[in-house]
Design a protein around this ligand. Structure first.
Ligand code: C2E
Ligand code: MG
Ligand code: MG
Ligand code: MG
Length: 279
């Protein structure tokens, strides 16, 4: 789980001589100074449609640590959230995302249906100024909300259903779309799914990994037909080989994302990849 992975980062520190609290505080101050030193940025991973056409990308945060190299988000997101630092990290990802959209537009490589997805953490989603924060950044960069997909997880839907629907509806009225990330791993109540303004389900990589087994395939088929019945788009995460692609295409899946097409790339490399696949 994220917590356990967050724990892995603490093992970077001298576990012998520090208490957990001391290590957490060291980590917290390290994140704070890493933010000041511009060590965080967004990478971007392409999404392609069934014809192999580029149709979107997901922004994924990275910590470019001077000694440890690229630190993946599972090692710091949950701790950053615990210490109330997630907003600052999210601002960086949102800013990078807007910069990317404007750079692509300048290069006339921003196709009509292209969408950028961004992961939203639990506490941000719950924060009172979430909408305002989104609007402020988009306004600053003159980017349209219709270009952005907000990825949330099933557990965020489970809390106060009515209040959550109201909040999501208000955000959707601004033009943003919602996607449910890691779908199938969070035990959400299927009976309520149609009540939320959600446009997309992302099938978790763990199911795509098992799609070549009979049992795994029937789970993926079930999620695809659920999405179709609810009029939602469907994205397969973690697509790594042609066998998976053939099975997904035969089941009329809309969008694929995975190392087979491209790994998450730094912005400059992503732009190059994007332009090579847009012309
Ligand atoms: P996620 O949103 O489900 O992102 C997909 C993860 O799968 C990414 O890991 C991506 O690099 C990885 N991936 C994609 N295709 C493949 C593949 O073919 N094979 C394999 N082995 N992996 C693949 P990453 O970048 O390490 O991110 C992990 C998680 O951290 C994300 O899962 C998301 O929940 C969270 N995260 C990332 N960026 C942000 C952010 O800006 N804000 C927040 N709140 N969470 C973030
Ligand atoms: Mg995601
Ligand atoms: Mg996911
Ligand atoms: Mg995830």
């Amino acid at each position: 789980s994220a917590k356990r992975k967050g724990g892995d980062l603490f093992s970077f520190y001298d576990a012998e001589n520090q208490t957990l609290l001391e290590r957490q505080l060291t980590f917290e101050s390290e994140i704070v100074s890493a933010i000041e030193n511009n060590q965080f940025c967004a990478f971007f991973q392409a999404q392609v449609d069934a014809d192999g056409k580029l149709c979107g990308a997901e922004a994924l945060i990275r910590w470019n640590h001077p000694e440890r190299g690229l630190v993946p988000p599972n090692e710091f997101i949950s701790v950053a959230e615990q210490f109330g630092l997630i907003q600052k990290l999210q601002d960086i990802v949102l800013e990078d995302m807007c910069k990317l959209i404007n750079l692509l537009e300048k290069k006339q490589a921003l196709t009509e249906g292209f969408r950028l997805s961004i992961n939203i953490s639990h506490s941000q989603f719950r924060s009172l100024n979430f909408e305002q924060m989104l609007c402020d950044i988009l306004k600053k960069h003159k980017v349209s909300a219709s270009k952005i997909i907000l990825e949330i997880t099933e557990s965020m839907l489970a809390l106060d259903i009515e209040q959550t629907i109201n909040q999501m509806s208000a955000i959707a009225r601004l033009g943003f779309k919602f996607s449910i990330d890691d779908f199938g791993t969070g035990y959400s109540s299927l009976s309520n799914l149609h009540l939320y303004p959600v446009e997309e389900l992302k099938i978790d990589k763990s199911f795509i990994d098992r799609i070549t087994d009979e049992g795994g395939l029937s789970i993926v088929e079930t999620i695809i037909s659920l999405a179709k019945n609810l009029n939602m788009n469907i994205v397969a995460e973690g697509v790594e080989n042609q066998e998976q692609i053939a099975l997904l295409k035969a089941r009329d899946l809309n969008v694929m994302q995975g190392y087979y097409f491209s790994k998450p790339l730094p912005m400059e490399d992503y732009i190059e990849w994007h332009c090579a696949h847009t012309k």
